[in-house]
Design a protein around this ligand. Structure first.
Ligand SMILES: CCCCCCCCCCCCCCCCCCCCCCCC(=O)SCCNC(=O)CCNC(=O)[C@H](O)C(C)(C)COP(=O)(O)OP(=O)(O)OC[C@H]1O[C@@H](n2cnc3c(N)ncnc32)[C@H](O)[C@@H]1OP(=O)(O)O
Ligand SMILES: NC(=O)C1=CN([C@@H]2O[C@H](COP(=O)(O)OP(=O)(O)OC[C@H]3O[C@@H](n4cnc5c(N)ncnc54)[C@H](OP(=O)(O)O)[C@@H]3O)[C@@H](O)[C@H]2O)C=CC1
Length: 515
């Protein structure tokens, strides 16, 4: 049996952010690989009118947990959902629950975070820094705790081009930031936010960097490690390929491209998109948990979960794969045929934005008005372009991450552990992965019907004919205008027409002779 899987058996594990994308994949893998684990405590808040129990029921009944339901029929009894709001003091956990958590927990996986790039600094600090600090305080009071694993992001220091597995300190100490958030009002915080975040693009990356500093400072006496994934995509292999239920940045781009709304992307075709599958991240996280608890490294280790250094996926390749896949597995109700153009040049971006986005939206809105409907495409397009612009910082650059600790860990695993907790992406086939990505988006995120694919393909063929008809008409109008105004254009036109006529006559004559 796998040593790592055996380690988690009979353990009490605390997970924050278990209702999130990575949290679910983590829970699923734990139950599947170590069905004899004692209990998983999850800190959950009620949301969207659902109670804690309803949320847990919903998670356990989703497609992701299909195999777990078979392997571990008593899975429900092994999850202890604890009411908690991490943005409140003491997390609003009841006294009894707190006592149980403090006395029983063996391992903590801290996944909860606000991942929105445009979160106001106060909320980002509250969740990504203060909550982390409080959880560390709690961890310090847990006599049975063996390891604390903190999920951060490979982009916490994205102002650097080359990023090592170390903490890069922020100029202002987290304690000072936390303190200032207590007394500054929102308007002032908004004003100083750009100065505080400095070269980072948003409050997310900044607060995650502060969170890492807090982990380093407050976790000195704990057995602690940080995992830094890059851009997390759907599962690669486990429990099945393509599972995704989060509308993160890159999925938004794929959906907008699939619906034919977005053709231009601010990317350098030679840049690397550092995508990493969710199951790879979780396998590494579980291996890190085991290693930290059993081998107790003397210093806190940081592990990068990235793909670019060993199996780079270039933007150009991604664009081509995406277009090909979206033709094979189209998304429902496309506005246009999916196509991708990548550029970072301002002039080129403006040109393609006008020709390829706004012109179409205006023409379509005009058509809607003519047919007595309300125009909506320009408004939708502007919203999408605004959203996409918030991702441009990440799409227009490339980074290099070192992965010495991750490689060291891999070398420490037995062949069985390397198989069961595979986090080696050298053999990941990007073309296959993109296909499963689009399938996953269609099935699990957009919940579209697979049976509708032939109909969408027919619609795409109609769109292609409209596109050719439209372009040919435009071309002919342009020619006609040119011919009317220029003698030279007229001569060229007559030359082409007479050439075509002669060619056709020759062709017909030779066929008659053969007959
Ligand atoms: C031949 C050469 C070709 C080359 C071309 C290649 C093209 C191929 C593509 C290349 C891709 C390049 C890769 C770049 C990837 C960039 C991804 C980001 C990287 C992240 C790195 C950080 C790592 C992390 O730790 S990430 C953690 C996870 N967080 C996230 O991923 C971001 C979370 N999201 C946000 O923060 C926000 O969504 C934000 C800030 C991005 C946008 O906020 P905004 O308020 O503007 O939008 P929303 O509230 O999300 O939506 C507003 C509104 O619009 C609707 N909408 C949005 N997107 C779509 C869509 N795609 N289709 C339709 N409608 C859309 C949305 O539904 C909302 O509508 P409401 O009615 O208001 O709800
Ligand atoms: N997804 C990605 O591309 C990447 C993610 N990461 C990191 O991985 C971790 C997990 O990310 P991911 O799963 O994608 O994020 P999600 O947004 O899917 O999940 C966030 C989780 O945090 C919980 N949470 C947020 N606020 C609170 C609160 N006040 N009280 C209790 N729980 C709360 C959410 O609960 P609820 O369901 O109630 O909202 C949810 O379970 C994060 O630390 C993130 O920074 C790093 C790199 C890339």
């Amino acid at each position: 049996m796998s040593t790592i899987a055996a380690y988690y058996n009979n353990k009490s594990i605390l997970i924050t952010g278990a209702t999130g994308f990575l949290g679910k994949v983590l829970m699923e893998k734990l139950f599947r690989s170590s069905p004899d684990l004692k209990v998983i405590y999850i800190l959950v808040r009620p949301k969207s009118g659902q109670t804690l129990q309803q949320r847990v029921f919903h998670i356990l009944n989703c497609e992701l947990f299909k195999e777990v339901r078979e392997i571990c029929p008593n899975v429900q009894e092994k999850i202890r959902a604890i009411y908690a709001d991490l943005s409140q003091d003491d997390f609003a956990i009841s006294k009894e629950d707190m006592e149980e958590l403090l006395s029983c927990t063996n391992i903590i996986f801290h996944c909860a975070a606000t991942v929105r790039f445009d979160e106001p600094l106060r909320s980002a600090v509250q969740l990504n820094v203060v909550a982390t600090q409080k959880l560390l305080l709690m961890a310090g009071q847990m006599p049975k705790l063996e390891a604390f694993i903190h999920l951060s992001t490979a982009f916490s220091n994205c102002y650097r081009k080359h990023i090592d597995e170390v903490i890069y300190p922020c100029p202002v100490e987290p304690k000072k930031i936390i303190h200032s958030m207590e007394w500054l009002d929102d308007a002032i915080i908004d004003e100083i936010t750009p100065k505080l975040i400095g070269d980072r693009p948003n409050t997310y990356t900044y607060s995650k960097a502060l969170g890492e500093m807090v982990v380093q400072q407050e976790g000195e006496k704990l057995n602690i490690a940080i995992v830094r994934p890059s851009i997390v995509g759907p599962t690669w292999q486990e429990p099945f390929p393509g599972w995704i239920d989060t509308m993160n940045g890159i999925s938004k781009i794929i959906i907008a491209a699939g619906k034919g709304l977005l053709q231009l992307q601010a990317v350098e075709p030679t840049n690397v998109v550092d995508l990493i599958p969710a199951d790879t991240v979780i396998n590494l996280t579980l291996a890190v948990g085991w290693y930290t608890a059993v081998h107790r490294p003397k210093t806190m280790l940081i592990y990068h979960s990235t793909s670019g250094h060993i199996n780079p996926f270039y933007c150009k390749e991604m664009g081509l794969q995406l277009t090909a896949t979206l033709e094979k597995i189209p998304l429902e109700k496309p506005f246009r045929r999916p196509y991708t153009i990548g550029t970072t040049s301002t002039i080129s971006k403006q040109y393609w934005n006008t020709v390829s986005h706004h012109a179409y939206a205006i023409i379509y809105d005009f058509y809607l008005i003519l047919t007595g409907r309300k125009p909506r495409m320009t408004k939708l397009l502007n919203r999408i372009l605004k959203t996409i612009s918030k991702l441009e910082y990440f799409s227009s650059q490339s980074w290099e991450w070192t992965t010495y600790n991750t490689e060291m860990l891999m070398s420490q695993l037995s062949p069985e552990d390397q198989r069961v907790f595979n986090f080696d992406v050298r053999h990941l086939n990007w073309s296959q992965y993109m296909e499963n990505y689009v399938l996953g988006i269609k099935k699990y995120l957009l919940k579209e019907d697979m049976a509708g694919i032939p109909e969408v393909k027919q619609h795409l063929r109609r769109l292609r004919n409209i596109y050719y008809f439209f372009n040919t008409t435009l071309f002919l109008i342009a020619c006609r205008l040119l011919i009317a105004r220029s003698q030279m254009a007229r001569n060229v036109w007559f030359f082409i027409v007479s050439f075509c006529y002669k060619f056709l006559s020759y062709f017909r004559a030779s066929r008659m002779l053969k007959a």
